[in-house]
Design a protein around this ligand. Structure first.
Ligand code: ZN
Length: 230
């Protein structure tokens, strides 16, 4: 259920019970906590109540720590100045690692894609997180994505290959086409991962072997264009 609807529906009635459109509570504090949990994706009111009652049974210090960890995560996490991955420092651990191949850059849409590819344990290059794909219908133009910083990285001569690991959608293809045009005169090899894998939101459900293979068997971008124009 939508959390906002739930909050709006939260009301007090006669004998000091609090209720949402679904459930009644004898504590406003519990009702408020449940309402907060229902704002999380995939959490309905019954699941929220289960989590709240679980926390209620824990030591107070444990629950305090839980709250502090979440607050610190939100206030202190940074974005890497080079690749826009999440980081505790100005440079993420991947960009700061001298044992990685900094001339090989895997272009992905989101931080979740970085996590999924890292879990394959085969990729030894670095990343660039775009923050989405070009989608005029959603009002996302190239200027809203981390494209300029990628071009700057390429211009500095540090990049030998850009592996395009974007969604196999019209928006993903449009983005690859746009960026490959920008990189055209920069002596950068552009490759695409084997398609058929759904990247972006679906990537976390792709098994690691399949994902690893799709990176290992990547193709030059020109081949991809020829294949798709037939
Ligand atoms: Zn980084």
């Amino acid at each position: 259920m939508d959390g906002k609807v739930f909050c709006a529906g939260l009301a007090q009635y006669g004998n000091n019970n609090y209720f949402s459109p679904v459930m009644k509570y004898s504590s406003k504090l519990i009702a408020d906590a449940v309402a907060e949990f229902t704002k999380l994706p995939g959490i309905g009111e019954k699941s929220a109540l289960r989590l709240v009652l679980h926390l209620l049974k824990q030591d107070i210090d444990k629950v305090k720590n839980f709250g502090e960890v979440v607050t610190r995560m939100r206030t202190e996490v940074k974005f890497c100045q080079t690749c826009h991955n999440v980081s505790d420092h100005d440079l993420c651990e991947i960009c700061a690692n001298v044992h990685r191949d900094h001339a090989m850059v895997c272009l992905v849409e989101t931080i979740r894609d970085v996590i999924a590819i890292e879990n394959t344990n085969i990729y030894k290059g670095v990343y660039h997180v775009l923050g989405g794909v070009i989608s005029p219908i959603d009002g996302i133009g190239p200027e809203k994505l981390n494209i300029d910083s990628l071009i700057q990285r390429a211009r500095s001569g540090e990049i030998r290959e850009v592996i395009m690991a974007l969604s196999p959608t019209i928006e993903g293809d449009t983005t690859i086409f746009y960026i490959s045009k920008k990189l055209r005169d920069m002596n950068v090899n552009i490759t695409t991962i084997a398609r058929g894998i759904s990247f972006g939101g679906e990537l976390e459900y792709t098994d690691e072997m399949t994902l690893a293979r799709s990176i290992a068997t990547r193709l030059p971008y020109e081949n991809y264009l020829v294949k798709n124009s037939n």
